[in-house]
Design a protein around this ligand. Structure first.
Ligand SMILES: Cc1cc2nc3c(=O)[nH]c(=O)nc-3n(C[C@H](O)[C@H](O)[C@H](O)COP(=O)(O)O)c2cc1C
Length: 192
């Protein structure tokens, strides 16, 4: 017989992100973050390869990363709007968790499955943070794809990449709900 958990289902049916720039203090401390990170890594992982790792960016790291985003934007000759967005993601944040994908060659587990597992870590992290009462937002942005930023700012190896940067903090505003997908038009039922 099913063992329903209506509270969990209600949560999943109503959960939503908050824009990172609207997240404020306080943010979870290391003790409060621990179960959120544990839940995030309790993620389907074919072959138990653990093809991901986490980097927690605390408030003290943000000015350095914002300055590096500026420097990289200048080196890449990015337009001012794009440059400012890259900086703001770090300058305005008090806490973010970088989910790093690190797929490895495997005869058994195709790379795409390892990458999908990293995406699943991002959603689990988002859900766990929201379930714990925090606002959260899964972002990438150009710094997440800039090898110079990743190497110098986050210490990523060339084989690693960012699956997501999940910002976590206190909710201040609830913007209008975004339109949600039409399940019927996206679902095919096969019965014979
Ligand atoms: C891989 C990935 C990267 C994303 N990057 C950004 C981003 O850089 N900027 C942004 O505004 N939203 C970005 N989003 C979208 C938001 O995280 C999110 O989908 C949106 O705010 C609604 O989320 P919700 O369904 O949890 O409410 C990204 C989503 C994914 C899956």
């Amino acid at each position: 017989m099913p063992d329903p958990k209506p509270e969990v289902l209600d949560f999943l049916l109503s959960r939503r992100s908050r824009p990172a720039k609207t997240l404020a203090l306080p943010v979870p401390d290391r003790a409060a973050l621990a179960p959120i990170l544990t839940a995030a890594l309790r993620t389907p992982d074919h072959g138990k390869l653990e093809p991901w790792r986490l980097i927690v960016l605390e408030a003290g790291a943000m000015p350095r990363l914002a300055a590096l985003a500026d420097a990289r934007a200048e080196a890449l000759a990015l337009d001012p709007d794009k440059s400012a967005k890259g900086r703001a993601q770090f300058a305005q944040s008090h806490l973010a968790v970088v989910v790093v994908a690190r797929p490895e060659p495997s005869d058994k587990v195709p790379e795409i499955e390892q990458i999908l597992s990293a995406g699943a870590v991002c959603l689990s992290l988002l859900n766990a943070a929201q379930a714990a009462g925090w606002g959260a937002n899964w972002l990438t942005g150009w710094p997440a794809y800039d090898r110079g930023f990743l190497r110098e700012g986050l210490g990523l190896a060339e084989t690693e990449f960012v699956a997501g940067i999940v910002h976590i903090g206190s909710e201040t505003v609830a913007p209008p709900e975004r339109p949600r997908p039409d399940v019927a038009s996206l679902t095919t039922w096969v019965s014979e």
